[in-house]
Design a protein around this ligand. Sequence first.
Ligand SMILES: C[S@@+](CC[C@H](N)C(=O)[O-])C[C@H]1O[C@@H](n2cnc3c(N)ncnc32)[C@H](O)[C@@H]1O
Length: 191
Amino acid sequence: MEDGKYGKLVNFVHSLIKQSYCETENLRFIDATCGNGFDTLFLCKVAGQNGHVTSFDIQEQAIARTKDLLNSNMEYVNYELIHDSHEYIGKYINHNIDAAVFNLGYLPYSDKTVTTNGETTIRAMQNMLPLLKKDGRIFITTYITHDTGEEMKDISFYLRSLDKTEYNVLHINLINKENTPPELFIIEKNA
Ligand SMILES: C[S@@+](CC[C@H](N)C(=O)[O-])C[C@H]1O[C@@H](n2cnc3c(N)ncnc32)[C@H](O)[C@@H]1O
């Protein structure tokens, strides 16, 4: 089996994206939180030479780590790294998006007090949804550990309010695990 286990939600997201998009040309992806660069690298590989990935992070360190990872693993440049908050996506993107990934929380191996938060994450989603293509998807992996679940609760509340004819919203979690495992939300645009 080539894909990682579904029990690790980040792998699960990658499997879903690979299945849905690997044969498609001219893909436009967003990594809303590039962190150590693993999601950005994955998206760049799926996008291929005709595609493009735009990645955001508020930490210089995250941008630097992502740049290093891409420099050593990509043979072409099909990405742009933006050192800014994802809520300002509208300043940088004027094209439609096939899919976006939010992997929330803090940057591993770094300052754990710098984290995503419900207010700016929701603003980013609100600014991103109009750019999402029909059938486009946003994958949001959320954690409880960085803020005792506040951000996850806010996101869940916001996503429940999305127009049911315009969007399908899924909520996936591991129901037999202790120690507060991550939870995944997926927004799919119908029209
Ligand atoms: C769990 S890490 C991301 C992991 C990453 N996707 C990877 O593959 O390594 C979360 C990241 O979100 C970033 N972050 C926090 N608030 C942000 C914001 N408002 N806009 C963009 N990035 C943000 C943090 O700096 C951190 O690097």
